[in-house]
Ligand binder design. Structure first.
Ligand code: ATP
Ligand code: ZN
Length: 286
């Protein structure tokens, strides 16, 4: 079908599980057999290409794939002309500079003249320029963290999540230069038909993200306090208020943002709310 979106995802690695989980949560079913490089979804116009993450920005820029899921670190590093369609909130990590544990560090000027090993020469180069540091950037494609112990470089610039890999290699993190998460990218010249399919996919993704940030809340309260309760729970349009069998009491149902959840619970209890239930929402369409 000509409007089928070709979606590039990482074949195996730290983006793969999150990417396929997101697709499945959007109600799109695909069987990606081991070793397969392509697969078609059964119930949505999308075809998957399973690739190395480094190749995804280039394939999307060239129109070999229409859209892709990749780390923002890779997109910024590769400098390919693609549109960022949406941030996806998984595979969060940071790109940091690390030096030998025993070495002194008082600020970026201590990197002056150092040889730094990295797979991210562009991102590192930008940081060094911004801080007026002249250092020797030594590009290697993997196992960056062992560079100091084999005498290849004095420092490294690499992806970190917990820092334990750095620690076991005798290194300490001294600067974070970029924070990353998975993003959905798109070719800049999608046809109108493909743009429509992308809109449908984004609609599903946003409904999931909305749902994740909100909770469904049910509680019982004395009817006389209902105004104070409603003030705390504006809901999507307005809360549902149902009478309880016991006279003078009502049940209130609404939606509450995850972030102000605890603060509101306090205020609700103060207004006489009891039997408060908070339930996850699977999908939310505003
Ligand atoms: P490929 O074989 O596809 O080239 P890779 O080894 O280059 O894979 P991975 O280590 O799987 O890449 O990381 C892919 C992306 O996942 C990174 O570019 C980054 O955005 C993100 N990432 C890397 N490390 C972590 C981590 N520890 N936690 C969360 N996300 C991470
Ligand atoms: Zn890679």
């Amino acid at each position: 079908m000509e409007n089928t979106l070709r979606l590039a995802v990482q074949k195996s690695g730290r983006l793969s599980e999150g990417s396929m989980k997101l697709i499945k949560s959007c109600g799109i079913s695909v069987s990606n057999g081991i070793g397969k490089l392509k697969a078609k979804a059964a119930n949505f116009p999308v075809e998957f290409f399973f690739l190395r993450d480094d190749d995804i920005p280039g394939y999307v820029a060239d129109g070999i794939a229409d859209i892709g899921i990749v780390g923002e670190n890779v997109i910024v590093e590769k400098q390919k002309p693609v549109d960022t369609a949406h941030r996806l909130g998984f595979s969060k990590c940071r790109l940091s500079i690390a030096i030998e544990k025993a070495a002194q560090y008082n600020g970026p000027q201590d990197l002056q003249g150092m040889r730094i090993a990295t797979s991210y020469p562009n991102l590192l180069g930008k940081f060094l320029d911004e801080n007026d540091i002249k250092a020797e950037v030594h590009e290697i494609s993997g196992s960056v963290e062992i560079a100091p112990s084999i005498g290849l470089a004095k420092a490294v610039c690499d992806i970190v999540s917990s820092g334990s890999t750095l620690f076991t290699n005798g290194l300490k993190e001294v600067e974070t230069i970029f924070n990353s998460e998975a993003v959905l990218i798109a070719n800049k010249a999608l046809s109108e038909g493909k743009k429509k399919v992308l809109e449908q996919l984004l609609f599903r993704i946003k409904s999931l993200q909305q749902a994740k940030n909100n909770k469904y809340i049910l509680l019982n309260a004395p009817e006389k306090n209902i105004d104070a309760i409603i003030e705390q729970l504006p809901g999507m349009r307005s809360p549902t208020v149902l009478p309880l069998a016991q006279k003078g009491w009502v049940s209130v149902h609404s939606v509450i943002n995850e972030n102000d959840f605890w603060a509101k619970i306090e205020d609700l209890k103060a207004a006489g709310a009891e039997g408060i239930l908070v339930v996850p929402i699977e999908k939310m369409i505003l």
